[in-house]
Design a protein around this ligand. Structure first.
Ligand SMILES: [Zn+2]
Length: 174
């Protein structure tokens, strides 16, 4: 994923947050994702998938996100934001299936991740979107300057430790 795309996604999530929730610096995480989904007229449904490695899915025409009942809340939270990313970023596919292992593939830094980039660029973009929406840059930097603790940061933003870690990496904070 190139710098331009990253910049574009950061601007997009900033716009959405300001539009729906107000000034970013005044927001109290976790981000109110329910309100953001409502703004885009997207519904959520908890489901049990036949394939256990599926974390979520999105039906673009129905504007319906399906989340696995069996996943912990933090993963459901991230998965829902990922699926919203496909809609907001105008990705072409009408039906997205998100696998559990993809949750940790959004860093774009590892060699394997880079090798996969061509095939899975929309997945990466949706992951980047989710991280950027749920962990706005300004708030992450402010929190990090005060606490310098990944566990606390993850708990504060309602995401997994690895999501928090990669957000810090991508923002070049660590
Ligand atoms: Zn996806």
């Amino acid at each position: 994923m190139g710098k331009d795309k990253i910049q574009q996604i950061e601007l997009k999530t900033r716009d959405i947050l300001e539009q729906v929730l107000g000034k970013i610096i005044d927001l109290k995480p976790p981000i109110n994702l329910a309100k953001v989904l409502e703004y885009f007229d997207v519904s959520l449904s908890l489901a049990r998938f036949k394939v256990p490695s599926v974390a979520g899915a999105f039906d673009k025409r129905l504007k319906m996100i399906y989340l696995s009942k069996d996943e912990p809340y933090k993963r459901q939270f991230f998965t829902a934001a990922h699926e919203l990313g496909h809609l907001v970023l105008n990705h072409k596919k009408n039906f997205d299936v998100f696998y559990r292992q993809q949750l940790s593939e959004f860093n774009g830094l590892s060699a394997e991740a880079r090798a996969k980039e061509g095939k899975a660029s929309e997945e990466k973009e949706a992951n980047y979107f989710a991280a950027s929406l749920l962990m706005p840059e300004e708030l992450v930097k402010k929190f990090w300057n005060e606490k310098k603790d990944i566990e606390l940061l993850a708990a504060y933003f309602g995401v997994s430790r690895s999501a928090a870690y990669w957000r810090l990496k991508n923002l070049k904070v660590i």
